[in-house]
Design a protein around this ligand. Sequence first.
Ligand SMILES: Cc1cc2nc3c(=O)[nH]c(=O)nc-3n(C[C@H](O)[C@H](O)[C@H](O)COP(=O)(O)OP(=O)(O)OC[C@H]3O[C@@H](n4cnc5c(N)ncnc54)[C@H](O)[C@@H]3O)c2cc1C
Length: 341
Amino acid sequence: MERFDVFIIGGGGTGSEIAFRLGERGGMRVGLAEHDRLGGECNHYGCVPTKVMLRSAKIAQLARTAQAFGVDVAGAVTVDLEAVRERARRVVADRSGEGTAPFERVGVEVFLQGARLVGPRRVELADGTTIEADHVVLATGTAATVPPIDGLADGPYWTNREAIWEAERIPSSLIVIGTGAIGIEFSQIYARFGARVTALEALPHVLPNEDEDAAASLVPAFEREGISLRPGLRMTRARHDGTSWTVELESGERIQGQELLRGRARRGGHRRGTATEELRGRAEGDLLRPRGRERRVHGIRGARRGPRRSDRRRAVRGERASAHRRRDRGARQDRRRRPHG
Ligand SMILES: Cc1cc2nc3c(=O)[nH]c(=O)nc-3n(C[C@H](O)[C@H](O)[C@H](O)COP(=O)(O)OP(=O)(O)OC[C@H]3O[C@@H](n4cnc5c(N)ncnc54)[C@H](O)[C@@H]3O)c2cc1C
């Protein structure tokens, strides 16, 4: 049996950050398990590749509207999806191409395999190795969920992963279900790439997690680009007939699209096999969950502490806590040199 002071399950942005901070402090044996790719969703299937796509989308849009600025761009503007992806691959590789080396430099031991919590303070790796750790950190992220719309799960819908890496072509039309940040981001990308996009939302307004007025102020900009935003709908059925999707609304209206993207609702990755559900009660106190976006390690002796309570209260009120920002500035600069930012 291997013994660690801290063992982290999940090598995405959160797990990596915690591992680095603990590694840099020294004095502890720190281990990290990742069963897919170091850098996680953000580096490989989220923030980074979508920003590359957004940049291409912005350039395409600029080219289309160039004449208004006195610039003549001859011919129709088209987007080569594979070339966009190739650039995304390079950018992702630049950020995480070093693999385990940056972790090893700060003394963190990395296990590129799955890990399960099998008891209080006890983890089992996919190869059968048992690990005992004073602290186990679950940083297993989230996974896209399928909304309960009859027929949706039976068809070849896209999540962020397919929309980035597996789309064979730019569809002539795209239905996006969910208008959170991810749904809106892909709506704009694919609309600017040339697809006719209809974004459907069950909640009363688009960008439902944002301030209502702020979200409303963005709507005209999206609509000017041809994105049809449809909040406050009840979707009753979705069908794929082998070539395209039809989504039926409660009103009887049918919306058609060549592809369909599930843009919202993600669920904690701990449900994907870290076996925490049944252990949650028993292991209380041994499990440390990174808190929201703070990405700090609370409760591990010697690790960097989270923001002061007063800072946190101000942050909750929506004000940026300047003291907190000052303390984090140095850490952010460091992070830019790491595989995940
Ligand atoms: C399309 C898209 C765009 C986004 N854009 C932005 C953005 O612009 N800005 C922003 O701040 N955020 C953005 N996000 C959100 C961002 O990706 C997440 O906040 C971030 O990935 C969370 O990091 P994490 O480490 O908590 O989880 P994850 O990145 O999901 O990492 C969890 C890791 O745990 C691993 N894992 C899970 N279970 C196990 C196991 N049993 N054993 C071993 N390893 C395991 C997974 O393989 C994964 O690598 C975006 C997300 C998406 C989907």
